[in-house]
Design a binder for this molecule. Sequence first.
Ligand code: ATP
Length: 248
Amino acid sequence: MDCVIDVQDLHREFVTSKGWVHRKKERVKAVDGISFQVKRGEVFGLLGQNGAGKTTTIKMLITLLAPTKGKCEVLGFDTFSQEKKIRNRINFIFGGELGLYRRLSARDNLKYFACLYHIGQEEADSRTARILELVGLSEKADILVETFSKGMIQRLQIARGLLNDPEILFMDEPTVGLDPLGARMLRDIIRTLKEEGKTILLTTHYMYEADELCDRIAILNHGKLVAIDTPANLKKLAEEEEVIEIRL
Ligand code: ATP
C-alpha cells in the first residue's frame, strides 16, 4: 500500500480563557487521539458536525498547526518538523475569495499563482488553459473575478489548487454555501479529479456527499474517530447496529 497520509494517535488541544474578571482557563480537546491512513489515489472524507475536529485535523495535515501529541505524516514526512518537504507537493482549497485578486481575471489570477510556483510562462499558459477547461471556466477566463458567483469562485479556487499538480489536494467543506447546482458542479469536478487518480482529502457535514465522492469515510465526533470504512459498509453498520447517527 502506497500510504500518503499516516496519522497515529493524533491530538490537538486548545487552551482558551473564559470570563472577564476571573479569567478561567479551559482546555478544548479539538482532536482526541485519532488514527487513520490514506492511500495514493484515494478520495478520503472526514465527516462530522460543527466542532467535530475536521478543520483542526486538516490544518495539522497541511502543516499549518502543530499537533499536541501523536504522529502526523504526509508523503512520508512529519508535518511539523519537515513541513518544507511537503508544502510544494500538496495544495489546499480555501473557501470564498481568500487569496484571489478580485480586480484580475480568472486567467491572470492563475498566471500569477503559476509565477509563485516558478512555473515557466509557456507551461503556465498551457496548464492554466487546461485547468480552466477542467473546472468549466474557459468561457469566463478573461472576466474579472469580482463579477464571479460563489460557485465560480469556488471552482477558481480548485483551479488555483491544481496549478502545482499537487500529489494530495485538501478541501475543507468545498460545497458549503453553494446552491444545489453549484454544489453539483463542484462534485462533478471532484469526481473527474478522482478518475484522473488524484488523492483527495475532503471534509463535509453531509453523508450523501461523502457517500457520493469518497472511497472511505472517517466519522468524527467531539474530536474522536467514531467509525472509519467504505460508505457501503458504514451504511450497513448504521442499519445493523445504530451505533452512529448517520442519515443516508
Ligand atoms: P466546522 O464544521 O464547524 O468547521 P470542525 O469539525 O471543522 O467544525 P474544528 O474547527 O476543528 O471543527 O473545531 C474543533 C473544536 O476545537 C471546536 O470546539 C472549536 O471551538 C475548537 N477550536 C478550533 N480552533 C480553535 C482555536 N484556535 N482556539 C480554541 N479552540 C479552537
